[in-house]
Design a protein. Structure first.
Lengths: 107, 112
């Protein structure tokens, strides 16, 4: 089945820094989502992005489906951005998750 | 707007007991999913359902049973709980097979 790999596995930033998280997938996908799991365990939808670029405030995402990767950009990071970021790729009608990038933002 | 709700949120049980985790969504989404989340394994799909009375296995279905008699409900049953089933369980739903997925708040299950 499809493999979804995320990098880096861990990221430590100071408030105000920018970062780029990467998601590679091994096969063609129907769609892709990014999620943020906050320290309380909630999974929050960030982007639903089959291709192209989307922006939402300080976050943006780009998916290049033909090259099998997606990027999540976080600008001017804040402590509330801490948590784990997951990408998940659709293979037929199932969503397969990567193992996540754990982000810690310190003041 | 209740969205998708799970119950119970926390459950402690003993090995060998039957446990049912409930999931209810108010969006009339056709697809519903059960994932488990464990340290070192991320989120893994247990079962999913494309519509009422249609269910399919995911990556880790062994030891679990699901049913979907109504579109809005998708209960997950552990018929004889084992310690390896200690985990956080997430229910999710989407309007279509590749539609945006929305998660419930999770159910933390501990099997002693």
């Amino acid at each position: 089945g499809i493999q979804v790999e995320q990098s880096p596995p861990d990221l430590i930033l100071q408030e105000g820094a920018n970062s780029t998280l990467r998601c590679n997938f091994s096969d063609s996908v129907n769609n892709l989502q990014w999620f943020h799991q906050n320290p309380w365990g909630q999974l929050i939808n960030l982007f639903y992005i089959p291709s192209g670029t989307k922006q939402n405030g300080r976050l943006s995402a780009t998916t290049v489906a033909t090259e099998r990767y997606s990027l999540l950009y976080i600008s001017s990071s804040q402590t509330t951005d801490s948590g784990v970021y997951f990408c998940a790729a659709y293979n037929t009608d199932k969503l397969i998750f990567g193992t996540g990038t754990r982000l810690q933002v310190f003041p | 707007d209740a969205g998708i709700t799970q119950s119970p949120r926390y459950k402690i049980t003993e090995t060998g007991r039957q446990v049912t985790l409930m999931c209810h969504q108010t969006w009339s989404h056709s697809y519903m999913f059960w994932y488990r989340q464990d340290l070192g394994h991320g989120l893994r799909l247990i079962y999913y359902s494309a519509a009422a009375d249609i269910t399919d296995k995911g990556e880790v279905p062994d030891g679990y049973v699901v049913s979907r008699s109504k579109t809005e409900n998708f209960p997950l049953t552990l018929e004889s709980a084992t310690r390896s089933q200690t985990s956080v369980y997430f229910c999710a739903s989407s309007a279509g097979g590749t539609g945006e997925l929305f998660f419930g708040e999770g159910s933390r299950l501990t099997v002693l």
